[in-house]
Design a binder for this molecule. Structure first.
Ligand code: EPU
Length: 432
């Protein structure tokens, strides 16, 4: 299995290109199940392990779906009988649960393996189930599978509230079911992340009727059928944010291209507080890091447009070298701190207290062998390796390959000293 070796201390300079959003692409691919026999073309999808898993699931569900030589994913529904998303695929990727809504809406039945726990938290799907039940599906869990059945779904008023606010893939699932339900559905407290907006835009292109896109209140007028559509997914705001933090960390000067500043407001705001210079042009965020130290800052992760939980680990690396004490509060996944002990091995001083991490900036980190536990923790450890003195070895980088397209090659092209090596002695464990 692969690992990364980083030699820290190089400034990142030049231009780096952001890929399409993984978390927008996955539900959009699931939504192609809703199309009649007409094809869909989905552009700008990153070639990632999670995307390939979604294509496998679609194939299993009777949809011809694959990357063309031009990099476009084309899908066409071939057989509407299959309704099972099996454990062997779902267990490798939680977002597989996004096929639940489209299956029950279009095929009147769904049998989707429960994804199970993962290292960043418990991650239940009770809100997905509550929403589908409100639309008239009979839904329950049998032998590790969510089983849902319905005649034509009936519109309803659904409030999507859980202990930690709304749910991103839950909103996607219910939206994908509501577009074919009979009557007008209102989803209150819907997630309004850009990825949900992008899915809504795709569904509208397929013929769905959705009002309130980008707000917490979605009003959906059900239609009888949806057709194929051609869509380009939005840029990946988390990949963009990761590169922007890398530029700041290394005191670099990086133009992050295909980055939507309007999706990155919370990060840009924190940057201005701590002293990272940014300038925004159409589709590009330029980050000029400081050669001196940064000011500490408190960061709380929140639903969009708040600071994204998917950038929390990377931001913690930056705060680890700031001049003073910062507090990071995790409001989405209170246990998402697997990177803390690994960063401590590199000399960071972080104390965890419940959903808070108190970070005493130490000025510099030192290279060490570290273990990646999940996608964003892996990205954080790579960033730490880029700024640490000496050599950092990041193991289990298959997590990174699930969510970042050619991260090592992209970073190398802007000056990072990072190599991928194959270590056959390491044995793969299940993904998150
Ligand atoms: N929650 C419930 N019940 C539910 C669903 C969620 O209590 O039925 C809770 C979760 O346990 C969590 C909170 O609500 O505490 C938010 O979870 P959400 O459902 O919004 O997360 P998700 O849809 O499973 C997506 C992203 C995650 C990202 C979160 C939060 C995809 C494929 N995944 O997950 O991305 O962290 O939203 O923004 O879109 C990643 O890319 O690394 C990643 C983990």
């Amino acid at each position: 299995m692969d690992k990364f070796i980083c030699e820290g201390g190089r400034r990142l300079t030049g231009t780096i290109e952001v890929s399409g959003s993984k978390n927008a692409a996955l539900p959009i691919l699931a939504a192609t199940l809703l199309a009649d026999k007409a094809p869909c073309a989905i552009r700008g999808v990153p070639r990632l392990r999670d995307v390939l898993t979604m294509l496998d699931i679609l194939n299993e569900l009777g949809v011809d779906a694959s990357f063309g030589e031009d990099g476009v994913i084309r899908t066409r529904v071939r057989n509407e009988r299959p309704v099972t998303a099996p454990y062997k695929l779902v267990s490798t990727m939680r977002a597989s649960v996004c096929v639940l809504g489209p299956l029950v809406a279009k095929r009147r039945q769904a049998r989707v393996s429960l994804p199970g726990g993962c290292v960043i938290g418990v991650r239940p799907i009770d809100l997905h189930m509550k929403g589908l039940k409100a639309l008239g599906a009979e839904i329950g869990v049998e032998h590790g599978y969510v089983i849902a059945r319905a005649r034509r779904l009936k519109a309803s008023r659904i409030y999507l509230g859980g202990a930690f606010g709304s749910t991103v893939t839950g909103t996607a699932n219910i939206l994908m079911a509501a577009v074919l339900a009979e009557g007008q559905t209102v989803i209150e407290n819907a997630a309004c992340e850009p990825e949900v907006q992008d899915l809504s835009d795709f569904l509208v292109k397929m013929g769905a009727k959705i009002e309130g896109i980008g707000t917490h209140r979605l009003v959906v007028d059900g239609v009888r059928s949806l057709h194929g559509a051609d869509h380009t997914v939005i840029p990946d705001r988390i990949e963009a944010g990761t590169f922007m933090i890398a530029a700041a960390l290394t005191g670099g000067d990086l133009r992050v291209r295909n980055a939507r500043a309007d999706h990155l407001g919370a990060l840009l705001d924190k940057f201005s507080e701590i002293g990272v210079h940014t300038s925004v042009r159409r589709n590009e965020c330029r980050v000029r890091g400081s050669r001196r130290t940064y000011a500490p800052v408190d960061v709380t992760t929140l639903p969009y447009p708040g600071f994204p939980t998917d950038l929390q680990a990377q931001m913690m690396v930056l705060l680890s070298i700031a001049d003073g004490i910062s507090v990071v509060t995790e409001k989405i996944y209170p246990d998402r701190f697997m990177h803390v002990p690994e960063l401590s091995r590199m000399g960071a001083q972080i104390r965890k207290e419940g959903p808070n991490a108190i970070i005493h900036g130490v000025g510099w980190l030192s290279g060490a062998p570290v273990m990646a536990s999940d996608l964003r923790a892996s990205a954080a450890l790579i960033l730490a390796g880029l700024v640490a003195r000496g050599t950092t070895e990041v193991r289990r980088v298959y997590h990174v390959d699930r969510g970042y397209e050619k991260m090592d090659a992209k970073l190398r092209a802007v000056g990072a000293n990072i190599e991928r090596v194959v270590d056959k002695k390491l044995v793969e464990v299940a993904g998150d």
